[in-house]
Write a protein that binds this ligand. Structure first.
Ligand code: GLY
Length: 370
């Protein structure tokens, strides 16, 4: 079972293959773009333990040699230390300009290796093989690459598109339920931001998808990638529409900062809570009906997801401090925050014209329920 979505970016266009058996077929899929039968794979220790042999076998079936670097798992790998280690390792392995580097892992590995590929010899080609739901539906697509700085997340990076993305949904079967559901936060975001029918479909089908239904997983990943591909094709460098992909993220980034980018709140969990808060804010601004935020919350709750600030363990700062943390967002222009607001489920828009007193009120009420 396979599907393909094309990201249309002129001479930088590329396919996203979504389906089953993609690790086994990785060699035949990648072979046409190789200059020589050798690839450099960078992955993390969790993915390596579970899936590196399968990837090597898939490459070996086409006579492709694999050299691999295994990095520690976790957000702290997206750092200057590991970008240096990755780039120096690629140079030690004599990876040339026309070679292909493979990012084999979740969002951390995809962002780090994509950035390493962007700066190595002023740019070597790379392929994304995302292994988490979050990476398959979001971070592996669209060419955002980055590491974190002590000043904040994703502050050092480049827009650099891969040559191909291989999203093997069978790999998702090895994810911890919490990680799968966190990735689901990004899936539901697509329905909320631009496709009411997809949200209807998720309400009916997401429980079976979470339980492991492969056909539904392929559909959900394909629809998410298609929506992202369409938006990226319109606005690669996020001058306009691409910001729609940040629905829920202004709230999420403040909550992630408040929880120290720790296990207290995974990114996708923050996105889900952020979407609920964005719909609540939209309702209070008179932009959408009262029913819309209730429906968003009900669906997230029915999936067993975090949806309230009380679902986050430990202390949180007050509403003023959370709004202050929002001010660190990359999308602040001239001191004005960008919010993605909703007219209804499936109809969102970007605005810098949100009254922060309303946002404070939403946060104050959400904090009061803790
Ligand atoms: N994750 C949001 C974007 O790629 O633009």
């Amino acid at each position: 079972m396979r599907d393909t979505v094309d990201v249309q970016l002129g001479d930088r266009s590329y396919p996203i293959h979504i389906g089953t058996g993609l690790l086994a077929d990785a060699g035949s899929l990648v072979a046409p773009i190789l200059n020589r039968k050798r690839v450099a794979v960078i992955t993390d220790e969790n993915v390596a333990a579970l899936h590196l042999d399968a990837l090597c076998a898939g490459m070996g079936a086409e006579g492709i040699e694999v050299v691999s670097l295994v990095l520690p798992a976790g957000e702290s790998t997206k750092s200057w230390k590991y970008i240096e280690q990755s780039v120096e390792w690629l140079l030690t392995e004599k990876v040339e300009r026309d070679d292909v580097v493979i990012a084999f892992g979740g969002g951390v590995i995809g962002d780090l290796v994509g950035f390493a590929a962007a700066i190595l010899r002023r740019g070597v080609r790379f392929v994304q093989i995302p292994t988490s739901l979050l990476a398959q539906v979001d971070s592996s697509v669209g060419g955002k690459t980055a590491i974190n700085s002590p000043h904040g997340k994703n502050l050092v990076g480049a827009f650099y598109q891969p040559q191909m993305v291989l999203a093997d949904v069978e790999i998702l079967g090895t994810l911890e339920p919490r990680d799968f559901l966190a990735g689901y936060g990004e899936v539901v975001k697509y329905g909320l931001l631009g496709d009411a029918e997809f949200f209807d479909w998720l309400e009916a089908n997401a429980p079976a998808m979470a339980d492991g239904d492969i056909a539904k997983r392929i559909y959900a990943v394909t629809r998410s990638c298609q929506m992202k591909a369409d938006i990226v094709a319109r606005d690669e460098k996020e001058r306009g529409d691409r910001a729609l992909l940040n629905l829920g993220h202004t709230f999420c980034h403040a909550l992630e900062a408040a929880t120290g980018y720790s296990d207290r709140l995974l990114h996708g969990e923050g996105v889900a809570i952020g979407c609920a808060l964005a719909f609540e804010t939209s309702m209070r601004l008179g932009l959408c009906s009262q029913e819309a935020p209730s429906r968003v919350r009900e669906h997230l709750k029915s999936m067993g997801m975090k949806v309230d600030l009380s679902d986050i363990d430990g202390e949180l700062p007050d509403a003023d401090a959370l709004v202050e943390l929002m001010g660190q967002d990359k999308k602040v222009v001239g001191g004005k925050l960008a919010f993605i607001m909703a007219r209804s489920i499936g109809d969102s828009f970007v605005t810098r014209d949100v009254d922060l007193d309303v946002v404070r009120g939403v946060l104050r009420d959400a904090l009061a329920l803790r």
